[in-house]
Design a protein around this ligand. Structure first.
Ligand code: NAG
Ligand code: NAG
Ligand code: NAG
Ligand code: NAG
Ligand code: NAG
Ligand code: NAG
Ligand code: NAG
Length: 824
């Protein structure tokens, strides 16, 4: 989270006229790593590196550099206590300290033992253990503090530990930026104390350390896009606990008013314009939950940013929900409209939570939004737009905790903290079965064509989400591309299993065949696509490497490989039906997000069982966006009307016949392919039988799973072709719902196929029917029956989708129209 890649080589983009940035009165920098200076930040004055102190030296890192390049990083090092003095105006300031903890020449990282203080405040203290878990190769670690200066001088003092001989202090950059008064440090303003019927007031001597700053439901917002204070807003994707929660991010066209902020400049409009919401499901409580790692022993300020961005809300009381902080009620009647007196008006609420009891390790601060008393009928679903969490200095003016470079939490939904990263098993393209043809038109090809030459290939700012790996790191991760680590081969190139960060993290490393121009295009599409997309059910890209002739993508490693690996031609035990259903639901969610959840409709174009990957928790992740295409903006059009003309690409056996005939690509082509995957899951056989497996003439009719399944469906003998393992294990209603929706996906014409939202809805219904049947079997309970009697499942995602289990009455197209999200 605190890894900031200084990628922003492009010049600062101007903010729109209606969002005039705050102009800080002080903007200072002391830079020890001039080559990496972020160009968006032009300090008013700079403390020169030509220090007159005999105690400080600028030392370069000792990594050998290829091609005789200049060393990349240097640091200011001091072995005796040293104070950097800045002359500033009075008022609150951000103090940002940048650290690149690597071995500088002649110095061991483990001897970088020091504390940093400003006046009476201790900001941070390092210890040997601070360096154990760090990835030190690429990132700057940035710590941000808020401090009120009373004088004209701000002294930042670095004190090497006196206990260890040879201890030294280092820093790579110090930034000082002023902020509006009372933005964060609000003296003597009573703030609700969570879990207590009392309030807590900060003193004017309180200093803050920023722990988390999140654009909930939106993308990372880089420093130059902040309201003028160069704050970094990260996406919430690493914090959301999404195991069973059904959340989705919404973006709104509603005009956000900036003038009416309780305090101006609180957050960029982009923070308020997007939110995460909770889908409304058939049964159960609708809540979304985030978890943020923090240190023990401090009070924290939690600021929640809200903005009503649905034009459906017209008055108080229409969207009312609960907010919990660490399972304690923070708001039992959160009503954004009521608070802000309208739609599009940002507001924030502050809370204090007391974590001051001492403890070891990491403490988790959770934030939950939930519908009031679990009922969705009464109110709109809850939303949250953004949040910030600050540590408050304690009574001895200390802010230093055990994690001087920040507490990281890349994947909090994995309870086991050491297993940060999931696994990924990329399996090859189906060689030869993939029809490669050239992209003619479409939003993407126009972007891609501007990237024609790899030399010109520059990623947008969104790529700031990614780590950039050096080829040396990749080689060390894969044991120099050792064949023993090879896990897949395909049109793009080879896929290796590797480990990074000193072996702590397993990754899948996809190395493009350097000679393949096709590979380059897909490489670019994949990065561009994935940089726009973050979802629990889409595979996530950790970073990439593009050095010399190499094009390499690094993903989370998926322990359970592909869905196909689990279904047939495998030594693995067969998957139980409900697990298959859960995988299908997960994949459908990922796909539905592509179709309706992102900025523009994304058509995957290569949905198949080998592109659905399973992590160690069996969570399905849609992968391989190399062929994906973005349609026109989803906001402006009904999703059913979008089509992108293009030459046919995809995989034989999964290919939409209409797309093949007319070369018109719509998101319904993915629905078709997904239908094939559904039957593959049910029948545990390939989409196309290999020729050598077809022995008898009449078996040709079975060759294509899609055709064969539809034929069996018409003949009413579908139950005869399912995976023998599943026979007698699927509840009849569930079977009917599942096969109904799977067959509808295979409709010859796209307009006859359901939307992914409808598919998802029906799969969930099938799951409920299976659950109800299991329950009934267990208990013979009447209760289960009653739960199922309301034969509709209702989902709301900005707009409404109503799905009945008697789906014959309501064809898919109509669903699609119902599905068009409002508020976009
Ligand atoms: C550093 O300062 C000294 C004395 O002011 C000056 O002679 C020298 O040129 C400076 N060095 C650099 C690299 O600027
Ligand atoms: C800042 O440091 C300088 C030099 O160490 C010292 O003379 C001065 O009094 C300090 N000022 C404040 C406000 O701490
Ligand atoms: C803080 O508050 C105290 C008393 O409330 C006051 O004397 C002091 O000047 C204040 N300090 C600042 C920096 O505002
Ligand atoms: C939903 O919340 C209510 C009240 O908080 C609780 O009684 C009920 O068990 C919850 N339902 C589920 C499915 O979690
Ligand atoms: C809050 O509740 C959740 C779910 O019931 C539980 O997993 C979590 O441990 C609780 N957290 C705290 C701090 O009590
Ligand atoms: C905060 O928690 C600590 C330890 O649990 C307790 O001693 C202290 O009284 C609490 N503070 C307030 C204001 O409740
Ligand atoms: C939920 O809240 C609504 C409105 O406050 C109330 O009418 C309803 O009875 C509540 N339901 C439950 C189960 O508490």
């Amino acid at each position: 989270m605190f890894l900031v890649f200084l990628l922003f080589s492009c010049s600062m983009l101007p903010l729109s006229a209606d969002e005039l940035p705050y102009v800080p009165s002080d903007k200072l920098a002391m830079d020890c790593s001039p080559l990496d200076t972020p160009s968006y930040f032009r300090p008013d004055s700079k403390i020169e590196q030509n220090f007159s102190f005999s105690t400080v030296s600028r030392i370069n890192d000792m990594e050998p550099h290829d091609r005789g390049e200049e060393p990349k990083t240097s640091a200011c090092i001091n072995r005796k206590q040293l104070t950097y003095t800045f002359s500033v105006s009075t008022g609150p300031k951000f103090v940002r300290l940048y650290f690149v903890p690597i071995s500088y020449s002649g110095l061991k990282v483990s001897k970088a033992l020091f504390s940093v203080s400003i006046g009476q405040y201790t900001l941070l203290t390092t210890s040997e253990s601070s360096y154990y878990e760090l990835n030190s190769d690429v990132g700057y670690f940035v710590r941000e503090f808020c401090i009120i200066t009373d004088g004209q001088i701000l002294n930042v003092t670095f004190t090497p530990s006196s206990k260890i001989s040879g201890a030294y202090a280092f820093v790579n950059r110090i930034e000082i930026v002023s902020m509006p008064s009372k933005l964060y440090i609000q003296e003597n303003v009573p703030l609700p104390l969570i879990g207590r019927p009392s309030h807590y007031s900060m003193e004017n001597s309180t200093a803050l350390e920023m722990m988390h700053r999140v654009n909930v439901g939106g993308d990372l917002i880089p420093q130059p896009k902040d309201t003028g204070m160069f704050r970094l807003w990260t996406s919430d994707i690493d914090y959301i606990i999404d195991d069973e929660a059904e959340t989705s991010n919404i973006e709104s066209k509603v005009q956000i008013q900036s003038s009416s902020l309780k305090s101006a400049y609180a957050a960029p409009k982009k923070v308020y314009a997007s939110a995460r919401t909770v889908w409304n499901t058939f049964a159960g409580n609708h809540s979304a939950r985030w978890s943020f790692p923090v240190d023990f022993g401090f009070y924290y300020l939690v600021r929640l940013h809200f903005c009503e961005i649905s034009s459906r809300i017209h008055q108080d009381g229409e969207r009312v929900f609960h907010v919990y902080i660490n399972n304690q009620t923070a708001e039992d009647h959160a009503d954004i409209f009521h608070w802000s007196h309208g739609v599009g008006i940002p507001i924030y609420r502050d809370y204090i939570i007391n974590f001051s009891e001492p403890g070891e390790g990491i403490k988790h601060l959770s934030i939950t939004i939930g519908s009031k008393n679990g009922s969705s009928a009464t109110y709109e679903v809850p939303i949250l737009n953004g949040l910030e969490i600050f540590k408050l200095s304690d009574h001895s003016n200390n802010l230093a905790g055990p994690h001087p470079f920040g507490v990281r939490n890349p994947h909090p939904h994995i309870s086991d903290f050491n297993k940060y990263h999931h696994a990924l098993h990329l399996v090859s393209y189906v060689l030869g079965a993939t029809l490669f043809v050239i992209i003619i038109l479409g939003l993407f090809s126009s972007i891609v064509s501007t990237f024609k030459d790899r030399e010109n290939f520059k990623l947008g700012q969104s790529s700031g989400n990614y780590r950039i790996f050096s080829i040396a790191e990749i080689k060390s991760a894969t044991n120099n591309f050792s064949d023993t680590l090879l896990i897949g081969t395909g049109g793009f190139g080879k896929v290796y299993r590797g480990s990074i960060d000193y072996g702590s993290t397993s990754v899948a490393i996809k190395r493009a065949n350097p000679s393949s121009h096709q590979g380059l295009k897909e490489f670019q599409t994949e990065i561009t696509m994935l940089s726009e997309l973050r979802h629990h059910h889409l595979v996530s890209l950790i970073g990439y490497s593009m050095e010399k002739k190499e094009m390499i993508l690094v993903y989370d490693y998926m322990a359970h490989g592909t869905l196909r690996d689990q279904l047939y031609k495998t030594q693995k035990p067969p998957l139980p039906w409900k697990q298959r259903l859960k995988i299908c639901i997960g994949a459908a969610r990922g796909l539905q997000y592509l179709h309706t959840g992102a900025k523009s409709t994304i058509i995957h174009r290569d949905i198949k069982s080998t592109n659905i990957l399973l992590d160690d928790k069996w969570v399905a992740k849609v992968s391989d966006f190399g062929l994906s295409k973005a349609g026109p903006s989803a906001m402006s059009q009904s999703t059913t009307k979008i089509h992108v003309s293009t030459m046919v690409k995809g995989t034989f056996g999964y290919l939409d016949p209409e797309y093949y005939r007319q070369q018109k690509l719509t998101e319904k082509s993915d629905v078709y392919s997904f239908g094939v995957v559904l039957f593959e899951t049910l029948c545990a056989r390939p989409a196309v039988l290999p020729v050598e497996e077809i022995k008898e003439e009449e078996e040709y009719e079975k060759a294509s799973l899609a055709e064969w399944a539809l034929r069996c469906c018409q003949m009413g003998i579908l139950d005869q072709i399912i995976d023998p393992y599943l026979k007698g294990k699927i509840a009849p209603e569930c079977f009917r719902t599942f096969t109904d929706i799977a067959s509808k996906c295979l409709a010859d014409k796209g307009s006859g196929r359901p939307s992914m939202g409808d598919v998802l809805c029906n799969l969930k219904l099938a799951m409920q029917q299976q659950n109800a049947a299991d329950l009934q079997e267990e208990r013979g309970a009447k209760e289960a029956n009653e739960r199922m009697n309301g034969d509709v499942c209702i989902m709301i995602d900005g707009g409404r989708c109503i799905c009945s289990n008697n789906s014959d009455k309501t064809p898919g197209v109509e669903f699609s129209e119902i599905m068009v999200p409002t508020g976009r």
